[in-house]
Design a protein around this ligand. Structure first.
Ligand SMILES: Cc1ncc(COP(=O)(O)O)c(C=O)c1O
Length: 332
């Protein structure tokens, strides 16, 4: 089945339009001049998925539109998801839960902090029910007994995996690639943060199916589930393609680029390069990144520009995935 069949397969999937799409795509010309100007530096564009509206926005909303569609198709009335205490995904899930009247439960890594900061303040304001856990608890597994307890109380829970990164949710980034194709067919490279893999996996499918020549550089900012992000992202991309009834689509780990060089010692560890990237983009363009995902991905973009990975004739799209509430956080 060819790429022209994909829009039909996409349209048949249940989706609840929640967010403000298309998101803006705009040039970073002051930054480009700061880095050396058009003679040396590629055209830099930023895709603002941080501005997509619900509960301070971010990349999870594109996934949640499809996940919520699936939840409602299954007649669910309750959402359960899991993540770090400062999870942007959990905050956005709480936002769509509030928007749609679904009771929302968040299984959060680690014990309850004395003071709520950043995303935790917002989770609480959005009315989510927070379940903190003992150190070392697998929060993904912790969703199971919670779902059983809620079902025993007569609720109809729908479990959303960490980051919304399964074949259902990641379809949101197939649609996102189509959106980019309408805004900028000439993109040569896309740089994006990879934390649970679904954004990159959806883009890997969507970019190819939208006829974009852009190569995706996912910047690994969390430890992969298996041995490498390349394998995880390829597997998830193939599952997304299967959901779109596209059996001809098959990626191998060798098709995926997902360097880990900018993560630092571990997930959410502060790095000087991330801090510098946040300051530089804020001071040249007035755009805020975040300290866990987009700041590290942007640090990677800056290094790749300095290493002359891109030709000045090329166009590089930085996909801003949101997360700025974590700028006001302690305890990731
Ligand atoms: C702000 C932000 N950027 C990027 C990501 C990574 O996206 P994904 O989990 O789809 O790899 C996340 C979540 O994990 C995030 O919260």
């Amino acid at each position: 089945m060819g790429w022209w069949c994909v829009p039909d397969a996409l349209a048949s999937l249940p989706r609840v339009p929640l967010a403000l799409h298309p998101t803006p795509l705009h040039p970073l010309d002051r930054l480009r001049r700061h880095l050396g100007g058009p003679e040396k530096v590629p055209r830099l564009l930023i895709k603002r998925d941080d501005l997509n509206g619900v509960a301070l926005g971010g990349n999870k909303l594109r996934k949640l539109e499809y996940l919520l569609g699936d939840a409602l198709a299954q007649n669910a009335d309750t959402l359960i998801t899991a993540g770090a205490a400062q999870s942007n995904h959990c905050r956005q899930t709480a936002g769509v839960g509030a928007m749609t009247g679904m009771e929302t439960h968040l299984c959060l890594r680690g014990p309850a902090p004395e003071t709520h900061t950043g995303n935790l303040i917002l989770d609480d304001w959005l009315g989510a029910i927070l379940h903190f856990t003992d150190p070392g608890t697998d929060v993904s597994a912790a969703m199971e007994p919670l779902a059983a307890a809620l079902a025993a109380r007569g609720r109809r829970p729908y479990r959303i995996p960490i980051g919304g990164s399964n074949a259902v949710g990641s379809v949101g980034y197939v649609t996102a690639a189509q959106e980019l194709a309408l805004q900028c067919l000439e993109a040569d490279h896309i740089v994006v943060a990879t934390g649970s893999g679904g954004t990159q996996a959806g883009l890997e499918v969507g970019v190819r199916r939208a006829g974009l020549a852009a190569k995706i550089i996912g910047i690994g900012v969390a430890e992969p589930d298996t041995t490498s992000w390349n394998a995880d992202v390829a597997n998830l991309a193939n599952a997304v393609a299967a959901r779109l009834a596209d059996p001809g689509f098959s990626l191998t780990p060798a098709d995926i680029e997902c360097p880990m060089d900018w993560m630092g010692p571990h997930y959410a560890a502060p790095t000087p390069a991330c801090d510098a990237a946040i300051r530089l983009l804020a001071r040249t363009e007035g755009v805020f990144l975040d300290p866990v995902y987009s700041g590290k991905a942007f640090a990677a973009l800056l290094d790749l520009v300095r290493q002359a990975r891109f030709s000045p004739r090329e166009t590089v799209v930085f996909w801003h995935t949101g997360g700025s509430p974590a700028l006001f956080a302690t305890g990731h």
